[in-house]
Structure formats: C-alpha cells, structure tokens
Design a binder for this molecule. Structure first.
Ligand SMILES: Cc1cc2nc3c(=O)[nH]c(=O)nc-3n(C[C@H](O)[C@H](O)[C@H](O)COP(=O)(O)O)c2cc1C
Length: 303
C-alpha cells in the first residue's frame, strides 16, 4: 500500500487513516477484530490526571444518521494507561497518540508530563472541548485566548508532536485554528462532536442521562468537511480531518478539502474493523482515479 504512505508532523504513517479517540478504547482491546498494523495510527481514549467514572446512563443514543454520546470522559487515568496499556501497545509498529483532557491548564500539563516520561507514544492530541474551571467554565475550544494559554502551557512540557483537536461548536473556526498554531501546535484535528439534544416525547425527558450529548457519525460529515476546509485555508500546519467518515471515498473527500490525514470514529461502532477497511478502500479509490501517492490529492478542491 505504498500509494498510501504519508507522514504527519514528521511521523511516518503507512496510511493516513487513524482511529479516533473514544471510539477505539486504548487500542489493545480491538486487537482481535482489527489488524492494528493495517491502520495508519490510533488515538487512545482521552486521559485525565485521575481515573474518571463518567456520566450517568444512558450515555448513547442512535440518532438519525448519527449517534449522540455523553460518556463524560470516563477513563482509567493517565498513570494506569502508562503502566497497564502502553506496554501492550508498544508491540505494534503503529503510531499511538495519547488524547489528553482536563478542566484546568494544570491538569493538561500534568497529564502531558506523565506521558513525556513514558516510552512508545508518537504524539499527543489535546481535547480542548472542556470548560475551563479557572475561567468560570468558558470552553477552551471557543475562546482563542484561553486556547492559546492552554496550548502554550502544554507545549512547554511536550517534546513530542502536539495536535490540538478543535470543537465544531463555534461561529468561526479560523481564529481558533490560528490561535492553536501561534501557540505552538504542530497540527490541528477537527471535528469533535456537535452539542445536541435528543428528546423522548412520551417521557418528555432527554434521552441521554446527562441531558445534552455530542452528535457524531454520517449526519455531521458535510459540516465537518466545511470546517476542515476553512481550517486548512487558515493555517500552515497540517490538518487532520474527521467527522462521519465511513468509506474510503469519504476519507478522500476530507483529504481533498485539505486534511493530510483523517480519523474514523463512530463507524467503528457498527463495523469495528472499519479503519482498516477504509484504508483499503482509499487505496482502491486512488488507484481508480490514477493518483500515484495520497499526498497528491491533499487540498485539491476545485471550485
Ligand atoms: C463514544 C465516543 C467517545 C468519544 N470520546 C472522545 C474523547 O475521549 N476525546 C476526544 O477528543 N474525542 C472523543 N470523541 C469524539 C471522536 O473522536 C470524534 O471527534 C467524533 O466522534 C467525530 O467523528 P466521527 O463522526 O467519525 O465519530 C468521542 C466520540 C464518541 C462517539
């Protein structure tokens, strides 16, 4: 599959298809259903300083052409990840990215510090969709100043490549993508989920235990494509695109919009091997289109 060979922030990738955070556990759990060495890379579930139990059930709702979730960032905590999961992940020749989150800048910095001492990671992805508890709950992801403060602080401790994952719940993506770039991000990834509400009309209650949830899956793809295109126009660093990708041709659309790599999230819920399948389909798509190397189609949208 040399047609698919590429790189991201200097990290060689056998193909540009990565598994998205929160939909691929810590990687090792998926080993029996997907060939980990057939995918370009994987992003593990978001890691916090301490373990978190997450939100009350129900946490998932199947919406029209998509899925709403409010897992509440349940995870085993960064130290248990380093001691219990990372050693098994090191067996694979596939780049592993640690997804990091917190509610204050110090939380993110502490998680990054613990990961810096661990072997076997290719880089980090910062999930900035959390409310900043030190600034009255304003979301890092919607305020360029808070975002820049967070990215600079993590940048100071992180020697590995740093991807900042942007939220789509903003009026304008460009100022946020630029703020991440100027604060030292090596790449931006987008999109995270769209804040949404599903209602059970008979019970007159939200269908998700926590009330609101994040919408993902095919329903969001056209909006994600627009945001990826706009972000790619706004920054010089690489863009990683995601949101509703379920086929090789979907992946090609994000690359054409300007993404250098893509991630697959919700599709892994109905086809756990979808990441590897999408890489194969992308290869076939490029062959049919007469494209010799995947980089050639990045940012080639014609108006
Ligand atoms: C169940 C679930 C859990 C998720 N957990 C995380 C997470 O921990 N960190 C993160 O940055 N994104 C998380 N996401 C967002 C996905 O990585 C992805 O950005 C989003 O679902 C859009 O892509 P998709 O339509 O392919 O799923 C989660 C998504 C789902 C569906």
């Amino acid at each position: 599959m040399s047609r698919l060979a590429t790189s991201l922030c200097g990290i060689p990738l056998r193909n540009p298809v990565l598994a998205a955070s929160g939909t691929f556990a810590y990687g090792v759990e998926l080993e029996s259903v997907v060939d980990i060495e057939a995918i370009g890379g994987l992003v593990v579930k978001g890691l916090s300083r301490e373990p978190m139990e997450g939100n009350p059930a129900p946490r998932l709702w199947e919406a029209e052409a998509g899925m709403i979730n409010s897992i509440g960032l349940q995870n085993i905590g960064v130290r248990a990840f380093v001691s219990g999961k990372l050693p098994a992940l090191r067996r694979f020749a596939t780049p592993v990215f640690a997804n990091i989150f917190g509610y204050a800048v110090e939380d993110y910095v502490e998680v990054a510090r613990v990961l810096e001492d661990a072997e076997g990671l290719a880089g980090y992805e910062l999930n900035v969709s959390c409310p900043n508890t030190k600034h009255g709950g304003i979301f890092f992801s919607s305020d360029p100043v808070s975002l820049a403060e967070l990215v600079s602080a993590v940048r100071r401790v992180a020697r590995r490549p740093l991807i900042v994952k942007l939220s789509p719940n903003v009026a304008q993506i460009e100022p946020l993508a630029r703020a991440a770039e100027e604060a030292g991000a090596d790449a931006v990834s987008l999109v995270n989920t769209f804040i949404s509400l599903a209602i059970d009309a008979r019970a007159r209650r939200p269908r998700i235990g926590a009330g609101f949830g994040g919408l993902s899956g095919p329903a969001i793809k056209p909006i994600a494509l627009r945001l990826v295109y706009q972000a790619a126009q706004a920054v010089r660093i690489p863009v990683v695109g995601l949101g509703g990708i379920a086929s090789g041709e979907d992946a090609a659309e994000f690359l054409i919009a300007g993404a250098q790599a893509i991630q697959v999230g919700t599709a892994s819920f109905w086809d756990p091997a979808s990441t590897a399948r999408i890489a194969r389909e992308l290869d076939q798509f490029l062959a049919r289109e007469g494209v010799a190397g995947v980089r050639e189609i990045v940012g080639t949208l014609r108006w």
